[in-house]
Design a protein around this ligand. Sequence first.
Ligand code: GUN
Ligand code: ZN
Length: 437
Amino acid sequence: MSAVPTLPERMALFGDLLDFDATPALDDPASPGVRYRPAHWLLIENGRISGVQAHEPDVGWAQERHAGRLILPGFIDTHVHSAQIDVLGAWGTALLDWLETHTFPAEARMADPAHAAMMSGLFLDGLLATGTTAAMVFPTVHKGSVDALFRAAAQRGMRMIAGKVLMDRHAPDNLRDDVAQAERDCTDLIARWHGQGRAAYAVTPRFAPTSTDAQLAMAGALMAAHPGLYMQTHVAENRDEVKWVAELFPQARSYLDVYQRFGLLGPRAMLAHGIWLDDTDRTLLRESGAALAFCPSSNLFLGSGLFDWAAARQQGAAVSMACDVGGGTSLSMLRTLADGYKVQAMAGRRVTAWALLHAATRGAAEALGLAREIGSFDVGTCADVVVWDRARHPVEIRRQAVARDLHDAVFAWLTLAGDEHVVSTRVAGQMRYQRPN
Ligand code: GUN
Ligand code: ZN
């Protein structure tokens, strides 16, 4: 990153503002919750949203005009791996093979602090260039990979939730920790990063198969000892994985129950995937306040299965969206949302652009207990703001020109647009990405 640009104390962005003030229905485009304010000014003071108005602000405000462009809160990615850029689009495997063949070797390289620093910067700049301003991230088992990520996020002012990956079995020698060392590393990282600026620590057991009972118990004890910590892991992603967990933990009722038994489920717990859950599991999610990260790109690429969003909603389990790179094939949340639509369509459901965008903004913020800071244009939240072109190429321009209504236009945009549609990304009001042309 270059030197921090100076921020005008008061600035106003003009464009078509789109955010949410409630949870939209999954499948009704006319559902309430959508807050669309076309040709409005978004007012930013000292890095925070201070208002939205239709009339032009007075001369005391620096102005930026984006007539006809969409302006959205920065996307929040609730599950992604900072070391897995190196395995994007790795051919030929399902989850357990993919971990052994592609992913573990890439993660082992993060033992080198210089590599971890380079990867963290590349990863975060990649997020910013695709309109994502906040994320819940798995670095690797190496303590230095967590320091590198939090340091790079702090340089960019980004909201970041992450933690040292815990794995003390069923992993290669160069990626295994042990309970005592892992506990010391976590305790030190929590003391140095949790609550520092926009960083928060997440206790991060990779998934049940790679932690012993003793390590899961240590993770639960950390959660109990430090109220306010997050927890992140994977659950019920792949059928072979689910079978393996049943063999490893015969006393547990289900895969999710393993985490419950070790005190790992609670209001700040984020579990990736949750494809192969039942209604008892979904009820447990609701009762504990834990949330699911729906990772459609990854689920399709690894052939893991089709997540049942309607069942989760019916049982009251919170669902947010996540790219899960490198299982997922793009850091882009727009690509992720478009894949989410297609996965739901396979089950005969048509989820709206509103449900998808909400789950990547305000819904994700609520799942993380951060709705007062991110995910919307509510007054007082951080000005994490992305300006988007609606269309760049003749085919898309034509498609937008014939859009029947707002939902049709926004859904077509979500489906057709990509990284090149990001005009600029601001974090706490500061410009952090600007499209070169
Ligand atoms: N389960 C355990 N580790 C991983 C991982 O790195 N990616 C995905 N998609 N699933 C996992
Ligand atoms: Zn993952």
